[in-house]
Ligand binder design. Structure first.
Ligand code: NAP
Length: 262
């Protein structure tokens, strides 16, 4: 996998558990000793635990951790830029990758027709799922401006393209990310955008969706995936992303499902 022979910086948000953690593991298994993995979480303690495990399994990999959590007011690039500048200081890279993985599902007991009664709830989800991504993206593009090859990976979902009852909060915010990054890709041809859909993986997030949605049909749909054993594993999803970026044959702005990666 030629790109991983080059010096890469890879940023993964929400990397303490589940798919984010699997990404950390898969990239760590490929990166060379001049590369750098930057892992973020709301909990420094949890993410440092991941770092320790990675250092055990892959002693040559450089890992930095950073606590990035919910912003009480609208997130800005400056919330991220200082940390990235400090961590990447005096290092030079050939490839820069950011994986926007952190997410909040929003209130799955609520219908869109009711959102207007308390838009603060939507504002919170937009802060985490859309504005934080745009803010981090700006910081990433500015800090790694000189890096010749840049990838922005947005974790998307089926529910971004097909309306699913009770998924309004996450679908509205994730749809905004998709279009925002596609416009960015047109404006910045040196940045390649990938919308990566892990399909369905058994994670804390998936279990909460199943438990919290008030829509019986949606709950049944999730249950059938579990019963029919159709879920992907987080490590397969992660390995396939690492492979996809190395192949670099996808069109910028395209949506790729983890199960379609050969
Ligand atoms: N699981 C699936 O089947 C599936 C399907 C389609 C798309 N996806 C997408 O794939 C990505 C990973 O999925 P997942 O199921 O692993 O997600 P998840 O467990 O629900 O959450 C991912 C991470 O987001 C961070 N996070 C949660 N609440 C947050 C908040 N309020 N503010 C900031 N960060 C927060 C957490 O990391 P820390 O605790 O480290 O902060 C959490 O581990 C998500 O973008 C999801 O939408 C997943």
């Amino acid at each position: 996998m030629a790109i991983y022979e080059k010096n890469c910086v890879v940023i993964i948000t929400g990397a303490s558990v589940d798919i984010g953690r699997a990404f950390a593991n898969s990239f760590a298994s490929k990166l060379n000793s001049n590369s750098l993995l930057i892992l973020s979480s709301r909990s420094l303690e949890k993410i440092n635990h991941v770092k320790e495990q990675l250092k055990n399994d892959f002693p040559n990999v450089n890992v930095a951790t950073v606590e990035w959590g919910n912003k009480p007011i609208s997130p800005r690039a400056s919330d991220y830029k200082g940390d990235l500048q400090r961590i990447a200081k005096d290092k030079s890279f050939d490839v820069a990758i950011v994986v926007h993985n952190a997410v909040v599902a929003g209130d799955l007991s609520e219908h869109v027709s009711n959102f207007g009664n308390n838009l603060n709830k939507l504002q919170f989800v937009l802060n985490v799922n859309l504005f934080s991504i745009l803010a981090l993206t700006t910081a990433f593009v500015e800090v790694f401006e000189a890096v010749p090859k840049k990838f922005l990976v947005n974790m998307t979902a089926h529910s971004v393209h097909v309306p699913i009852p009770t998924f309004g909060y996450s679908s509205i915010s994730k749809a905004g990310v998709e279009m925002g990054l596609n416009v960015l890709a047109k404006e910045n041809p040196d940045v390649k955008v990938l919308h990566y859909d892990p399909v369905l993986v058994d994670t804390e997030g998936t279990r909460s969706l199943m438990k919290d949605t008030v829509n019986e049909t949606v709950r049944g749909f999730f249950k059938s995936f579990y019963e029919e054993n159709k879920l992907l594993t987080a490590s397969d999803v992660a390995d396939n992303l690492v492979k996809l970026l190395a192949q670099d044959s996808f069109e910028s702005g395209s949506v790729v499902e983890a199960s379609d990666v050969l």
